[in-house]
Ligand binder design. Structure first.
Ligand SMILES: Nc1nc2c(ncn2[C@@H]2O[C@H](COP(=O)(O)OP(=O)(O)OP(=O)(O)O)[C@@H](O)[C@H]2O)c(=O)[nH]1
Ligand SMILES: [Mg+2]
Length: 297
């Protein structure tokens, strides 16, 4: 009998959920940047081997929402937790060791509503932890807390012990048929990945508030039978000053965003593209319900 499980990857911003998801799936499905709150939606990735299918749901980092976009992001986390067979709580082990505890009120409240669901504590970024002994203390805490079924220490970016985590997850997957074809990697449309790769470029190239005030929407995506595919995208910002920053002197900044994003998009689509970017101001979109809906939140 085959096994199949939906696995939610949840945790604080910047813990390494997206890096882990990509490492398991062997594909750059989720964008990754050094900045917290990179992921804003649910990114579904399908792992299938001979007899088990694990459907991973990468989610936005858990935080106390301050504006409507963050409310929507937290909503995705709740949905993912509610719909999963297994929960994977990804924790930055360096930060947990500094705090001296795995307790986290925001995460623990979420876990409380799914008591009885297999819940794995994933201590990530072990490569960055100097005193490895501290991880053992945290794992023992996890055992005593009663909230976790198992705990494991890994390094997602170095792909260390990621296979062990996958084996562990397979053990907890309930018996049942595959939900998706064995060769399917994701159900999300190409437009989603293209928009995310443009946002990844903005997150990587700009500092402070600009990435957080930015979103991307695909206006046109034309797969031409000959030559490059044509993609036009709007980069949405909240203010004229942010627009000026993204465009830069004589358009230099926008050119850099375009070059970087185009390279990533061509790698993802495995096809050359012509990418046209426009920067548009939509005042306070992060706090405007109808604008957020228009952006797919
Ligand atoms: N040293 C180290 N860094 C890591 C590891 N895993 C992830 N990172 C880094 O941590 C940062 C955040 O990684 P993400 O995968 O984007 O984290 P996330 O949990 O998805 O973050 P949000 O989407 O913002 O919630 C990036 O700079 C990663 O390269 C790891 O195992 N070791
Ligand atoms: Mg992420």
């Amino acid at each position: 009998m085959s096994r199949c499980a939906t696995v939610a990857l949840i945790g604080r911003p910047n813990a390494g959920k997206s890096t882990l998801s990509n490492a398991i799936l062997g594909a750059h499905l989720s964008i990754v940047t050094p900045k917290p709150q990179t992921t804003r939606k649910r990114v579904l990735g399908i792992f299938t081997d001979d007899d088990t299918q694990l459907i991973f749901v990468d989610t936005p980092g858990i935080l106390k929402p301050r504006y409507k976009l963050q409310h929507a992001m937290l909503g995705y986390v709740h949905e993912s937790v509610d719909e999963s067979d297994i929960l994977c709580v990804v924790v930055d082990v360096v930060k947990a060791a500094e705090r001296g505890t795995i307790d986290d009120p925001l995460i623990d409240t979420l876990l409380a509503k799914r008591q009885g669901t297999p819940t794995i504590l994933v201590l990530n970024k072990m490569d960055a932890l100097r005193d490895k002994q501290q991880a053992l203390v945290l794992i023992e805490q996890a055992r005593l807390s009663g909230r976790y079924t198992k705990a494991i220490a890994i390094s997602a970016s170095e792909k260390k012990y990621v296979d062990d985590l996958v084996s562990m997850l397979k053990e907890y997957a309930p018996e049942g048929p595959f939900v998706y074809d064995a060769d399917e990697l994701s159900t999300l449309p190409q437009r989603f990945f293209v928009a995310e790769l443009i946002r990844e470029a903005v997150f990587t190239l700009f500092r402070e508030e600009v990435p957080y005030a930015t979103d991307v929407t695909i206006v046109e995506f034309e797969e031409r039978s000959e030559g490059k595919w044509y993609i036009a995208a709007d980069i949405i910002v909240e203010r004229d000053t942010q627009k000026a920053i993204l465009i830069g002197a004589k358009g230099a900044a926008l050119k850099t965003i375009g070059e970087r994003a185009r390279a990533a998009i061509e790698e993802h689509l495995e096809h050359p593209v012509y990418l046209e970017l426009y920067v548009k101001v939509r005042s306070d979109w992060r706090n405007d319900r109808s604008q957020l809906a228009g952006l797919g939140y």
